[in-house]
Design a protein around this ligand. Structure first.
Ligand SMILES: [Ca+2]
Ligand SMILES: [Ca+2]
Length: 457
């Protein structure tokens, strides 16, 4: 190979290698820069700053800034607070505010989404008050699980406790039927029966309720009771004892202590709309305490209020629905109770032997009726359903044999007051003034309750 040829060959190789080396070297430089060269700081002159997305959260109430709590992940922070985020990241922030002095709490606000911005972002969260009971208006309390209970407002006012001699005589007479000796109650004699059942209405005595309060529009339904049982994992007195007072249908239909009777099986069919029965005073109180705690935690309880059973005077006043001085909330005529109450009517005819006392018409329900079955006609002047009949209702008070008290009376814890009569009651029991009582652990297939919301000490 001559010099000339070698030069030509080298020249050819050089023409090929130099671009290859340049390309390889160039790629190496480029990849080195992309992978390993530290990024320029945001302050570098002539360099585009790399922006990190941040989120600053502040809170306000009625246009004024407040110190709220911000929950992000498992930690909580105080406003104003700033979070450093990453583009594309999903975020979920809860802002809550609990002032020290306020009737009601505030609705927690949620901030959530995907980070689709660079640099700082500011979010000012306007917090609103929790909806809560307002004096003078109906209140629907949320029991959870999609179940609620309506309470009507009972205005302040004066009522007459007890009953007149005339009313007493009517209750014992042929229409009230309270004086007829009835084996199912085990009265030893007519005289004893009269004394036990009717002397205890008490003499007429005015009672003034200074403050209004809310009272359940209906007796507590199975739906509502079930929500409490689920949430509080509660066992009733009847379940613990393994028995309740109920009809002994396999024998003679007489009320007896029956094993394995409780609110889940009182011995007759019920739907979720029926009133819960076989609940003791203790059980009813546990329900009220559960609801108070739950509503307080949710910030929906006005300061100084709570849920409890109605006092005896509150119950009697509410039962009258604004109409004073009559046997029933609709007036004095028993027959006007047709399509207004579920008591012992002629539907009990098949049990004629044991249930001699009843009124002349059929109300359609041998046992409990679904709460509010009688529609608007069955509501008294305050809009309350089944104040007379369906199931007996526990009151907060202890039982004073001399009569009801204007204030809640708790000096004797051995007996608690029951009011309103039930599907099993004679007309003489189905009155606004009639009082009944039993021990706080008593559970019966015709006893339930309704609850109120009022000021508590
Ligand atoms: Ca009935
Ligand atoms: Ca009732």
């Amino acid at each position: 190979m001559g010099e000339c040829e070698r030069n030509r060959l080298w020249g050819g190789l050089r023409g090929f290698l130099i671009p290859v080396v340049l390309v390889v070297f160039g790629l190496a430089v480029i990849s080195l820069r992309a992978a390993d060269v530290p990024r320029e700081g945001a302050t570098g002159i002539g360099v585009v700053p790399e922006l990190t997305p941040t989120l600053t959260v502040t809170a306000e109430v009625d246009g004024q800034p407040v110190d709220a709590l911000v929950a992000y992940g498992k930690k909580t922070y105080q406003t104003p607070c700033t979070f450093t985020l990453q583009t594309g990241q999903k975020y979920d922030v809860t802002v809550s505010y609990t002032p020290e002095v306020s009737d009601l709490g505030y609705v927690p606000a949620m901030l959530s989404g995907e980070v689709d911005w660079m640099g700082p972002r500011m979010r000012r969260v306007a917090l609103t008050r929790q909806p809560g009971p307002v004096a003078g208006q109906e209140w629907v309390v949320d029991l959870g699980g999609g179940v609620s209970a309506a309470l009507v407002w009972i205005p302040p006012g004066t009522t007459m406790l007890g009953s007149t001699r005339e009313e007493h005589a009517w209750a014992l007479g042929p229409e009230g039927q309270g004086a007829v000796r009835n084996e199912q109650y085990g009265a030893a004699s007519q005289e004893a029966f009269e004394v036990v059942r009717f002397i205890n209405d008490g003499v007429p005595m005015p009672a003034t309720l200074q403050d209004g309060f809310w009272l359940g529009q209906t007796e507590v339904t199975l739906d509502q009771w079930g929500q409490f049982i689920k949430d509080a994992n509660y066992r009733t007195d009847a379940e613990k004892k393994g028995l309740a007072w109920a009809h002994d249908l396999n024998r003679d239909g007489i009320w007896r202590h029956m094993i394995e009777r409780n609110w889940q099986d009182p011995g007759f069919a019920q739907t979720q709309a029926h009133p819960v029965v076989c609940v003791s005073w203790n059980d009813a109180k546990a329900f009220c305490d559960w609801l108070t705690e739950k509503e307080r935690a949710a910030g929906r309880l006005p300061k100084g209020t709570g849920y409890r059973l109605p006092g005896e005077a509150e119950w009697a006043y509410a039962c009258r629905g604004g109409r004073e001085g009559t046997r029933f909330w609709w007036g004095d005529q028993l027959t006007d109770g047709n399509r207004r109450m579920n008591g012992a009517g002629s539907e009990r005819a098949p049990n004629r032997k044991r249930y001699l006392q009843r009124y002349s018409w059929s109300d359609g329900y041998f046992y409990t009726a679904p709460c509010g079955s009688f529609g608007l006609k069955g509501r008294n002047g305050y809009g309350l359903s089944d104040m007379i009949g369906n199931v007996w209702e526990w009151c907060e008070d202890s039982y004073d044999p001399t009569g009801a008290h204007a204030e809640i009376w708790t000096q004797d814890a051995n007996l608690r007051v029951l009011r309103g009569g039930s599907f099993s009651s004679v007309p003489g029991f189905l009155r606004c003034a009639f009082r009944f009582k039993n021990v706080p652990s008593y559970a019966s297939a015709d006893v339930g309750f309704r609850f109120c919301l009022t000021s508590v000490q």
